[in-house]
Design a binder for this molecule. Structure first.
Ligand code: NAD
Length: 258
């Protein structure tokens, strides 16, 4: 039998009730990690945890709204206490506010959930991750924050994601000496429920993306989860401070209009 990559490890996944977070929580658990999922979607969060446990894994769910920084910090200590330690932090949840909010409100919600919460969770968790002896922070940014002023990404979204990349590099520098690694994943379009929510981009942008990405398709959540697993495990033990695009080649390719 092959050795599971995360046997005995403990992981906290924000936004684990759906999409990239859900697929990652499932894979981390399948590879032996005890997982705590946090989210505001209690029904789906409980479902994911139940299914992980039914498959023989260890998982817990907590309702945590990542727009509340105090709750984010509390979540880290809750995870440590519940799991008996913490070695992996996946910063993934981000609010996608609907058009019902004002532009100011949308800016605040996106920056708070998609950047400030990542900072609060990481800085709160770092000493705990260091004690595990194999600490890893994996944050989810986007190609919208990495290389491009992408048409369908709002200014707030792009700013939060670009900020996440800068934050992750600083975390890598600050906590590297205590053995904690910090890396960022920049997905292109990944097929998740986000693409069906009210605040999501128009279908024609998605179509255009598919035309422009050399691999000619959207990504799937298990493909991102495998990268999360790589960055969370000892397979990437000498990699820190990096941002890695997983986008079917979209940001690499350039095409003249025909
Ligand atoms: P998703 O909507 O499938 O999942 C996001 C999860 O976060 C949901 O379960 C939701 O309930 C939760 N969430 C939302 N607001 C929250 C809050 N305030 N507190 C706690 N939880 C909250 O979306 P996804 O596509 O899996 O997105 C996950 C991450 O990946 C996000 O940071 C997103 O920006 C990023 N990303 C996604 C794509 C893509 O194409 N899907 C591309 C680039 C980056």
């Amino acid at each position: 039998m092959t050795q599971r990559k995360l046997e005995g490890r403990k992981a906290l996944v924000s936004g684990g009730a759906s999409g990239i977070g859900e697929a990652s929580a499932r894979l981390l658990a399948a590879e032996g990690a005890a997982v705590m999922i946090s989210d505001i979607d209690d029904a789906n969060g409980e479902r994911v945890v139940r299914e992980i446990c039914e498959a023989g894994g260890v998982a817990h769910y907590r309702h945590v709204d990542v727009t509340n920084r105090t709750a984010v910090r509390r979540m880290v200590h809750d995870a440590e206490a519940t799991l008996g330690g913490l070695g992996i932090l996946m910063n993934n949840a981000m609010t996608n506010p609907s058009a019902d909010y004002t532009e100011d409100q949308r800016w605040d919600l996106m920056l708070e959930s998609g950047l400030s919460a990542y900072w609060a969770a990481a800085t709160e968790a770092a000493p705990i991750l260091a004690r595990s002896g194999h600490g890893a922070i994996v944050s989810i940014a986007s190609i919208a924050g990495a290389r491009l002023g992408i048409d369908f990404a709002s200014e707030a979204y792009s700013a939060a994601k670009a900020g996440t990349i800068g934050l992750s590099r600083k975390l890598a520098k600050r906590f590297g000496p205590s053995g904690v690694r910090s890396n960022v994943i920049c997905p292109g379009v990944i097929e998740t429920p986000r693409w069906r929510s009210p605040g999501s981009p128009e279908p024609q942008f998605a179509r255009r993306y598919r035309q422009m990405a050399p691999l000619g398709r959207f990504g799937q959540t298990p493909e991102v989860a495998k990268l999360v697993l790589f960055l969370a495990s000892d397979d990437s033990s000498y990699i820190t401070g990096q941002d890695i695009a997983i986008d079917g080649g979209f940001t690499m390719a350039f095409r003249f209009e025909s």
